[in-house]
Design a protein around this ligand. Structure first.
Ligand code: UDP
Length: 235
């Protein structure tokens, strides 16, 4: 394997699946668990950040007459719901996990303590970071970048619905071309939408590579971890 310790960013929206009527599709949880188990068996140390977009995003708040900051906290709580669902699925597949949150919630998870998170990883536990960084006006992408730096992960793996970064939206333009590799500067000057600017800049300034890849394709996560060309590497 190419990366010993990774931070996997999963979107909340993807958890909804396609056919499911619920916010959380059990088939997606199954698929994620199988993918994660495969890299766990390789001996990779795994930290995960999962979004909350399938339940609530801070950006929706104002249209609902809800204060923006309040909405952001609601979004952070949404990520905890997803994180708990994922935790349960991973444990059902025989993995050991710890959920650590950026907001104190003693009954359901541990508070985020950096040294403790690293210790969990060293002991082979999968650490899920819930509730973002615990502050409004951030996203789970910025959480992924920040936590990855804090735990000294070798890479941020951003699981999406598409198999990498394209020169234009591949869901709209069939002739779109996928980049295999990009520098941070190229990604920035081409205005490629990889992560929000806060998240992107954190990675760039700390020389933390990002790989954008398709999490829905079977066997892809293990390919990425093995250093195969299964997505777009930004470094
Ligand atoms: N959020 C926040 N601070 C954080 C992380 C998340 O305020 O550190 C809020 C923000 O409102 C965001 C919501 O939580 O819209 C859900 O996360 P996100 O939209 O990143 O989830 P995804 O789109 O990846 O499912």
């Amino acid at each position: 394997m190419k990366y010993k310790r990774i931070l996997l960013k999963l979107s909340g929206e993807a958890l909804m699946g396609t056919g499911s009527k619920s916010n959380i599709d059990p088939a997606v949880l199954e698929q994620y668990s199988a993918e994660i188990k495969a890299i766990k068996e390789l001996g990779v140390e795994i930290a995960i950040v999962i979004g909350g977009g399938n339940i609530f995003r801070g950006g929706q708040a104002e249209a609902l007459g809800i204060d923006r900051v309040q909405g952001d906290y609601m979004g952070m709580l949404a990520t905890v719901i997803n994180a708990m669902a994922l935790q349960s699925a991973l444990e059902r597949h025989g993995m050991f996990t710890r959920l650590m949150a950026g907001i104190k919630m003693e009954q359901v998870c541990e508070p985020f303590i950096r040294r403790r998170a690293i210790r969990h990883l060293e002991k082979g536990r999968i650490v899920i970071f819930g509730a973002g960084i615990g502050n409004p006006y951030f996203t789970t992408d910025s959480t992924a970048s920040l936590r990855a730096i804090e735990i000294q992960a070798g890479v941020v793996l951003k699981g999406t619905r598409v198999d990498g970064v394209y020169d234009k939206d591949p869901e709209k333009f069939p002739e779109a071309v996928r980049y295999h590799q990009l520098s941070f500067q190229e990604a920035y000057s081409k205005k490629l939408n990889i992560m929000d600017m806060t998240a992107f800049t954190l990675c760039q300034e700390n020389k933390l590579p990002i790989i954008v890849f398709d999490m829905n394709k079977k066997g892809n996560l293990i390919r990425v971890v093995n250093g195969e060309d299964a997505g777009t590497l930004i470094s």
